[in-house]
Unconditional design. Structure first.
Length: 155
């Protein structure tokens, strides 16, 4: 991504392929057995924009396909959404940003500063806070920096 002038936005860069290769390289072959029934992946079905939570997986490929769909942001990652079990899906945040089963057992994770169990720590006290449809986000320079790193990854 860094070798292109527009980073991940360059037309020749295929972030889905890079993500798929990285997941296959780093996930264990039995990942589907390790996470089935223990972890949910949130997806948004393209046909009706309904949220789908998947927690049972038949193979490593099944897990990788679900993770690819769960991270797919239209236009940013491409124009045609990937498929999982024969249907097209995009990031689960489009239909339910923070699905919860039980506040005591659900661990929320976010790459941005906000009200989540796992997220970067707030470094400053001067920020605005927004909570819309369970999307917790702090408006601060740290989050602007994190978004910039997503678009233009550092060395």
């Amino acid at each position: 991504a860094r070798s292109r002038t527009m980073s991940i936005l360059h037309p020749s860069f295929n972030i889905v392929r890079c993500l798929r290769e990285t997941l296959h390289r780093h996930l264990p072959d039995n990942v589907h057995q390790l996470i089935s029934g223990k972890m949910c992946i949130s997806l948004t079905r393209v046909s009706d924009w309904e949220n789908v939570l998947v927690s049972e997986f038949q193979s490593k490929d099944d897990v990788v396909d679900a993770l690819i769909c769960s991270s797919f942001i239209p236009f940013f990652f491409g124009l045609i959404p990937p498929t999982f079990r024969g249907e097209r899906y995009v990031d689960g945040g489009f239909s339910d940003f923070r699905p919860c089963f039980d506040d005591k057992t659900t661990i929320t994770v976010s790459p941005f500063l906000g009200e989540h169990d796992i997220c970067p720590k707030v470094k400053s006290t001067n920020f605005l806070y927004m909570d819309v449809y369970r999307l917790s986000l702090r408006f601060c320079l740290e989050n602007v920096h994190l978004i910039n790193q997503v678009l233009f990854p550092p060395d």
